[in-house]
Ligand binder design. Structure first.
Ligand SMILES: [Zn+2]
Length: 164
């Protein structure tokens, strides 16, 4: 199952060469997490039995850019866009606190943070990972060459022994 950014260039089935019926996909701007996202992911893992949750972030992400811009200008966007920006902001702050200020480093922090968030918030997911029945990984997708780099993983060894 894939949890990624809503960006039009991040079409999950096209990127991973999958067809109808292959992927359970949840996407939000900047892959920010709310209750509906948690419920959808728990449904995929617990009810459908998906063994792998892939968090997919990407370079030139508008949501990450908006969070950086809001921090720099001190101005938060109006409406519910503010909600998206506020959910990306902790990742930007964490990256900065660690001295990581390049766009690529901020994105990596955000996808890593998203994996942590999913496992912290969802007992269902955390228990599946602890039992070796599911894994959560995060990837950074690069638009220019279509490559995806593994940033972080939890429980991957148990689900895919050869992957380590
Ligand atoms: Zn994006």
């Amino acid at each position: 199952m894939l949890f990624g950014c809503s960006d039009s260039r991040l079409a999950a089935e096209i990127i991973f060469d999958r067809g109808l019926g292959d992927l359970f996909v949840v996407r939000t701007a900047g892959h920010v997490v709310g209750a509906e996202v948690m419920g959808s992911i728990e449904y995929g893992v617990d009810v459908l039995g998906c063994p792998l949750v892939v968090v997919l972030g990407h370079d030139s992400c508008g949501a990450v850019g908006a969070a950086c811009a809001a921090l720099e200008s001190g101005r938060t966007p109006a409406g519910y866009i503010r909600d998206v920006v506020e959910r990306v902001t902790p990742s930007v702050l964490a990256a900065r606190a660690a001295g990581r200020v390049e766009a690529e480093e901020i994105l990596a922090e955000h996808v890593r943070h998203t994996v942590d968030l999913l496992l912290d918030r969802s007992r269902v997911l955390a228990e599946k990972v602890a039992a070796g029945q599911a894994a959560v990984v995060s990837l950074c997708y690069r638009m220019a060459d279509g490559s995806a780099q593994l940033v972080a993983s939890r429980g991957l060894d148990a689900v895919v022994p050869a992957a380590s």
